[in-house]
Design a protein around this ligand. Structure first.
Ligand code: NA7
Length: 500
């Protein structure tokens, strides 16, 4: 049975990364195809488009890091590389006919609610209107480069990992890498073999869990998965289930968490024999507290003859290198900033105004907050996909994005049938949800005393502190009591379910 809509909702999706693609395919499958996807970049893929640094690898196994609606049996590696993931996104966009909806090089500067719908303006001044706006704008989008005195006097090359310059030649050069997160660790491993010298400058050591990240996926596995969609679905379901164990490790202080933490400590002990270096690489907080770094090559790379770890504070950049607090000047040709992002910016900077001109900066003056990751009080007919509190630390992002998109289609259906014109989450429901989040955050490993990008400026942790089952329950059927639903349209033509 399908529903014959009275009117098709006009939808603008902002962003063509994992969240935007999930939303677009989900809407299309549900019969809502009057949408455009506005993407600031010159291609789809989001973080996988913007990040092209050497060694880029996803630390989530490929059979899990894929859309539920687009299984890919033949990943070449168990942990796929950035370029392969990026190709996959392009293939999915083609396979599901999203190209015709896509407007690349289209940066949204303004989105303003006019009482009934949204007026969206691009950087080139083009205006479009929509009944619904879906903000699929991502969390790690704006690269952070520290302001180091003297940086503008440096005569060599500088690059941020999230804006890699493909023409940059690092072979035979003296390379400085600043940062010790997932990116720093990957880029050190990739650049060290070709460098004349690689110096990694770190402020805080990270636990680096060993895993054979370069492992190829057997061709037999690909054949088996391709031969039977049922087998593939089962493998995907088992992967989702298994990732639940990881979520549990993060959420509750049990023996499972302690075992994982021991593994991280063992990874360091087993691979780094030099006591001085081991001490410099040993964090003073619990493993898993920051986003866990995984690598099978980093400790080898940093112990190579042409590599050096520097933990002294950087005081300035000179024309020819980097000076540290001990007064030493480290001569370098290239500085690679693996210094992360301004996280939690989501739609910002954007002139996003909801009901009565409410600006998103006012609504989020005390930090980003939403109801169940997707609805914001004061912003009718606007939903986020992978918005605040998304599970960047535990549950599959694709699963979460698809679930949220399906939840949004419930509202699209009701708009289509004339049952509502606008829908806006209440402040009370949002406050209740955020109180529950704050309470559930207590025993999580992210709250055990480290500083990570998970924290907002207001010291809240911008992650999902519940399990996947709770997420599924929360995002299956909307609870009308949590929303202000306005229907001013003539609903005399209310739909009748029709078999078509
Ligand atoms: P992260 O994890 O935010 O790491 C950024 C790194 O840069 C981290 O080691 C920071 O040290 C370091 N940093 C930042 N500013 C400075 C200055 N001024 N001096 C020295 N070091 C600095 O970003 P990534 O790109 O590695 O990873 C982001 C996520 O992408 C990752 O978690 C995965 O989910 C994928 P700090 O620890 O703050 O002392």
């Amino acid at each position: 049975m399908a529903i014959r809509p009275v009117r098709a909702p006009k939808i603008i999706i902002i962003g063509a990364g994992v969240a935007g693609i999930s939303a677009a395919v989900t809407f299309k499958k549900a019969g809502f195809d009057d949408f455009v996807i506005l993407e600031k970049g010159s291609d789809v893929g989001g973080v996988w488009f913007w990040n092209r640094y050497p060694g880029l690898t996803c630390d989530v196994p490929s059979q899990l890091y894929q859309f539920g609606f687009a299984p890919k049996p033949d990943w070449s590696r168990v942990w796929a590389t950035g370029p392969e993931i990026q190709r996959y996104h392009a293939e999915v966009v083609d396979k599901f006919g999203l190209r015709e909806h896509l407007r690349l090089n289209s940066e949204v500067t303004d989105a303003v609610f006019d009482g009934r719908g949204w007026v969206v303006t691009l950087a080139d001044g083009t205006e479009s209107t929509a009944d619904f706006v879906i903000a699929a704008t991502g969390v790690l989008h704006h690269p952070f480069t520290p302001k180091i005195p003297g940086l503008d006097t440096f005569t060599g090359d500088t690059v941020h990992t999230a804006r890699w310059d493909d023409s940059l030649d690092t072979v035979g050069k003296r390379i400085a890498v600043i940062g010790s997160g997932s990116t720093g660790v990957q880029v050190v491993s990739a650049l060290q073999p070709g460098a004349s010298k690689l110096t990694q400058f770190t402020r805080t050591p990270q636990w680096v869990l060993w895993a054979p990240m370069g492992l190829t996926q057997s061709k037999l596995v690909a054949k088996l998965l391709a031969a039977s969609p049922t087998v593939h679905d089962r493998v995907y379901a088992v992967s989702l289930w298994a990732s639940g164990i990881l979520a549990d490790v993060a959420l509750r202080p049990t023996w499972r968490r302690r075992t994982m933490q021991q593994l991280a400590r063992w990874s360091l002990r087993a691979q780094v024999r030099d006591e001085g270096l081991r001490e410099a690489l040993t964090p003073d907080y619990e493993p898993l507290c920051k986003r866990q770094v995984i690598s099978g090559t980093y400790y080898r790379a940093i112990q190579a003859d042409n590599a050096e770890l520097v933990t002294d504070k950087i005081t300035e950049v000179t024309p020819n290198g980097i000076r540290t607090a001990d007064g030493r000047e480290h001569p370098v040709d290239v500085i690679v900033f693996a210094t992360g992002f301004h996280p939690h910016n989501y739609m910002r900077p954007m002139n996003l105004r909801g009901r009565d001109g409410l600006h998103i900066d006012e609504a989020w003056a005390k930090g980003p907050r939403a109801y169940r990751m997707t609805a914001i009080p004061g912003f009718p007919n606007l939903f986020t996909v992978l918005g605040p509190n998304s599970p960047t630390g535990s549950i599959s992002l694709q699963y979460s994005a698809e679930l949220t998109a399906r939840y949004i289609t419930r509202w699209l259906h009701r708009f289509a049938t004339g049952e509502l014109d606008t829908v806006e989450v209440t402040e009370a429901a949002t406050a209740r949800f955020n109180d529950a989040v704050a309470q559930a955050m207590g025993p999580t490993v992210w709250n055990t005393g480290c500083n990570s990008w998970y924290f907002t400026d207001q010291n809240t942790i911008d992650l999902w502190p519940f399990d996947r089952k709770t997420m599924t329950t929360m995002l299956t059927e909307p609870d009308d009591r949590d929303f202000l639903i306005d229907a001013t349209a003539d609903t005399s033509a209310v739909f009748a379910p029709t078999t078509i």
